[in-house]
Design a protein around this ligand. Structure first.
Ligand SMILES: Cc1cc2nc3c(=O)[nH]c(=O)nc-3n(C[C@H](O)[C@H](O)[C@H](O)COP(=O)(O)O)c2cc1C
Length: 137
């Protein structure tokens, strides 16, 4: 079965509270588990960076919903391509706030990332996350 990954950046319309992030992740993880999706979500400096991995139809359908989500705007696709395997199979949606990378918030400028830089960043975030450490966003 074909596997794709999709990487995008967006801007939060308002800085989400921890409760808002937990609510978002709860819904996302439940849906993603059911649909065989994996990935990582980062937030910092008012911006989201997310990678979704899964079957093309499932990824496409979710991305349409994500683009229409009023919690963020300026959704910009960085990369969509077929991949031979998942990089983030351990997470239905891992969460890595930029601050957890030990850098200042302002240093997070994902709109400037090339697709390659985004993937490297996401892999670095994942390296600091426990597999399925999904209760402590
Ligand atoms: C930054 C961001 C990332 C999201 N990631 C996911 C995700 O990985 N999986 C998911 O099911 N929903 C995710 N959502 C929520 C969807 O946009 C949407 O609210 C959810 O799929 C419910 O869709 P519906 O309201 O059309 O039923 C995300 C929302 C935002 C703002």
């Amino acid at each position: 079965m074909a596997l794709v990954h999709l990487i995008y950046v967006s801007r939060a319309v308002a800085i989400p509270s921890m409760d808002a992030i937990v609510t978002l992740l709860d819904g996302a993880r439940e849906h993603n588990r059911r649909m065989g999706l994996s990935g990582i979500l980062c937030f910092g400096n008012g911006c989201y960076l997310q990678i979704l991995e899964g079957a093309p139809v499932v990824v496409n359908r979710l991305f349409r919903r994500i683009m229409a989500d009023p919690r963020h705007e300026d959704v910009s696709l960085l990369e969509y391509r077929e991949v031979p395997q998942r990089h983030f199979a351990d997470w239905h949606m891992g969460y890595g706030p930029h601050a957890s990378q030990g850098q200042s918030e302002e240093a997070f400028t994902p709109y400037r990332f090339s697709p390659e830089e985004a993937l490297v960043y996401l892999q670095r975030v994942a390296a600091h996350l426990q597999p399925e450490a999904q209760l402590a966003p």
